[in-house]
Design a protein around this ligand. Structure first.
Ligand code: BES
Ligand code: MN
Ligand code: ZN
Length: 501
């Protein structure tokens, strides 16, 4: 999406083919809207008086003005109570208008913010509207070779006009870097598993070197030498070599010794379940079982892109979980990098095996301030929470609270579930230190988290189970259906608010 910011005065506004006005529940018109209303014989007032449009958030009305007005269409975008217009609300408005613009076959449109009194500065509001439009305008259509021109989305340029464009560019520059990270995550997660597998995903990570990120890729011999028995066991049935990628962003300077913060992602590029094979129906969805790692990569891109003043480590455990002559069997016992042994009673509980070695490696080598892991770990979390919030598990109340608050602020929410001894006991094994699964369906997301906790020592740690969040079957205001990149905005904001400087 091409984005422009322009200065206006109500008198000298240059109108685009489609213009958008924000209207609150008081239905008060901005000066420019009032002027156009007058010019066109009251067309806006008429639209406001008739029909259902009440200025509520999420409501839109499209107006065809008379020839006296030099624009083809006017869209009234409801914004609800002006006092509640936070940054997130502006993003949702910018994104929410996009499908309406496509329905009108508009190539460009201008939002007019000629009067705005809310809690957010006009400059930030303008930048957030543009950012929302940019995020909603995302498409993953590279494999469509035959879409007729009249079915393609048309909107390509968004202009935001406001009284004073002074600090808009600075606000937007940062959001543009965030968007680049989000788009990288969405691309990686959308790609099918014959295109993105551990090696190609590692190559995508290496491209971050251009931004100053140090990238190290461990291959199977490296991991064998280190003793990554848990991760390697998952990948051993696949023809594609497993990898682990370590990305370092030293925002406090190359020589800085400041303890980093760390993000670890589950990167199962395809999860068939292995020998404990999944049913055929819906198995194609398991191409996005690398969503946790995808979010970590996109987050690293966003942080490095905006030169965040923080030392960060991002780790992606990359494997393909396949059945095959060399695949691990239910009942196999593997020795993890930590030295702890695991009886693998279900080869479909593979994500935790990958994370076991990735987490242990991260806490041992970097002694980070905290570790946050992201994983499409359990179907059970979708049963518990659906697709409106990720499950959060933690050994640290402060970090858990920071994430909860940040989630509400950016609209990527989390909900905390418990960890406790009663659950931990359930993964004890008769033959090894632990089981990778239980024989019941009870508390499936919690027992998975208990397993992970055995690999973080005392490091402050949060596990986000994003199985219900990484992919969406429905459009959202700023997220077209498909890969959501859930977590990139959440963790970028967490870093910005609490850990930079
Ligand atoms: N990747 C799946 C979890 C998943 C399921 C993600 C549906 C997204 C949508 C994970 O590897 C898995 O198979 N988990 C099992 C664990 C069980 C065997 C203990 C599950 O949830 O059924
Ligand atoms: Mn699985
Ligand atoms: Zn999985």
């Amino acid at each position: 999406m091409k984005i422009n910011f322009t200065e206006i005065t109500a008198a000298k506004a240059k109108l685009d083919a489609v213009i958008v006005f924000l209207v609150g529940e008081d239905k008060k018109l901005s000066p420019l809207a009032a002027a156009i209303n007058k010019q066109s014989g009251g067309v806006i007032a008429k639209a406001l008086a008739s029909g259902k449009f009440a200025g509520k958030r999420g409501q839109y009305a499209v107006i065809v003005p008379s020839d006296s007005v030099k624009c083809d269409r006017i869209i009234l975008a409801g914004i609800g109570d002006v006092k509640e217009l936070n940054a997130q609300a502006f993003e949702n408005i910018g994104g929410g208008v996009i499908p309406h613009l496509n329905n009108l076959a508009a190539k460009s449109a201008t939002f007019f913010l000629d009067e705005l009194k809310g809690p957010v500065s006009a400059a930030e509001a303008a930048a957030r509207i543009a950012h929302g439009a940019d995020l909603r305008g995302y498409r993953f259509d590279k494999y469509h070779t035959k879409t007729p021109a009249d079915e393609k989305p048309t909107i390509a340029t968004i202009n935001v006009a406001l009284a004073n464009t002074k600090s808009v560019a600075k606000h937007y520059a940062e959001l543009e870097k965030l968007a680049a990270g989000i788009f990288l995550t969405r691309n990686l997660v959308s790609e099918p598993a014959n295109i993105i597998y551990p090696e190609t995903m590692a190559e995508e990570c290496q491209k971050l070197e251009a931004l100053g990120v140090e990238v190290e890729v461990l291959d199977e011999p490296d991991m064998y030498k280190l003793g990554f028995g848990a991760l390697l066991g998952v990948g051993q049935g696949s023809a594609n070599e497993s990898k682990m990628v370590i990305m370092k962003w030293k925002g406090l300077g190359k020589a800085s010794k400041t303890q980093p913060i760390a993000f670890v992602g589950k990167g199962v590029t395809f999860d068939t379940g292995g020998i404990s094979i999944k049913p055929a129906g819906g198995m194609e969805e398991m191409k996005w079982d690398m969503g946790g790692a995808g979010t970590v990569v996109g987050l690293m891109k966003a942080l490095a892109g905006r030169k965040a003043k923080v030392n960060v480590v991002g780790v992606a455990g990359l494997v393909e979980n396949m059945p095959g002559g060399n695949a691990q069997r239910p009942g196999d016992v593997v020795t993890s990098y930590s030295g702890q042994t695991i009886e693998v009673i279900n080869t479909d509980a593979e994500g935790r095996l990958v994370l076991a070695d990735a987490l242990w490696y991260t806490q041992k080598h970097f002694k980070p301030k905290f570790i946050i892991d992201l994983a499409t770990l359990t179907g059970a979390i979708i049963v518990s929470l659906g697709s409106s919030r990720a499950g959060l598990f933690s050994n640290n109340d402060k970090l858990a609270d920071q994430l909860f608050k940040t989630g509400q602020k950016v609209g990527e929410e989390v909900w905390r579930l418990p960890l406790a001894d009663v659950y931990d006991k359930q993964i004890n094994s008769d033959i090894a230190d632990m089981l990778n699964s239980t024989n019941t369906r009870e508390a499936g997301s919690i027992t998975a988290a208990q397993f992970l906790q055995r690999f973080v020592n005392d490091t402050p740690w949060v596990h986000l189970d994003i199985a219900g969040m990484a992919w969406s079957k429905k459009d959202g205001d700023i997220t077209p259906k498909g890969a959501t990149a859930y977590g990139v905005r959440l963790l970028n904001e967490l870093v910005k608010e609490y850990y930079e400087g």
